[in-house]
Design a binder for this molecule. Structure first.
Ligand code: CA
Length: 221
């Protein structure tokens, strides 16, 4: 997804940007409400991550203007304003979700994943593999795939960008939120996934020195 991140706290901004990049999103970063408003007028994004307390123009005004222009871009609000009435106002103005500061980057990533699933639809099909984002489960020819938590995380990372190279470091970091994953752990999970996907018509290609890419296997299932 192409994401506009509007956040003026530089430490938080760095963390959010890294999280978005790791999840494979192209991210444009601004620290000012006016700048965000200008970009939203001229460019299209798949998601706006919007801090409310922004210099230049308050986030809520940026959101109001966006909706007045009838732009339907999904908006995730980040704010230290945690009173119920603030949240209600944000959602009434047309935000799709609201995250109160302080929050965990893992929580942020989970919320962004929800938006991505909406964008992707409920499931994705490649070869004989049908993957359901909400339940995080896959079927191959009607049979449920039995995957561990880390295998699931690795497979989802690859399914989010079929055909594209997902760097090994990104996989290590995403699995690393769950365990302390070294690079060779990634190899172990990919090896197990390949075995489990043997009959699925899906292959995980190693791109030497770079990472992995998932695609429909040429010879079929
Ligand atoms: Ca702020």
């Amino acid at each position: 997804m192409r994401v506009l991140l509007a956040e003026d706290d530089l430490t938080l901004q760095r963390g959010l940007r890294q999280t978005l990049c790791d999840a494979g999103h192209r991210t444009v970063v601004v620290a000012d409400g006016e700048h965000a408003d200008t970009l939203l007028r001229g460019e299209s994004f798949d998601l706006v991550v919007l801090d409310l307390g922004l210099p230049g123009l308050d986030g809520i005004v940026v959101l109001e203007r966006l909706r007045k222009r009838r732009q339907t871009t999904p908006v995730l609000i980040l704010s230290a304003r945690d009173r119920t009435e603030d949240r209600v106002r944000g959602l009434d103005t047309g935000a799709d979700d609201y995250l109160c500061k302080p929050f965990d980057l893992a929580e942020f990533e989970a919320r962004v994943r929800t938006f991505m699933r909406r964008g992707h639809g409920a499931s994705v099909r490649i070869g004989a593999l049908e993957w359901y984002w909400d339940t995080r489960q896959g079927l191959v020819g009607g049979t449920m795939l039995e995957l561990s938590k880390h295998e699931t995380t690795a497979l989802e990372s690859l399914l989010q960008a079929p055909g594209k190279i997902v760097p090994k470091t990104v996989l290590a970091r995403r699995i690393g939120d769950e365990v302390s994953a070294a690079d060779n752990m990634v190899e172990v999970y990919i090896h197990r996934l390949r075995k489990k996907l043997a009959q699925s018509g899906v292959e995980i290609r190693t791109v030497r020195g770079l990472g992995y890419a998932l695609r429909e296997s040429i010879e079929g299932a």
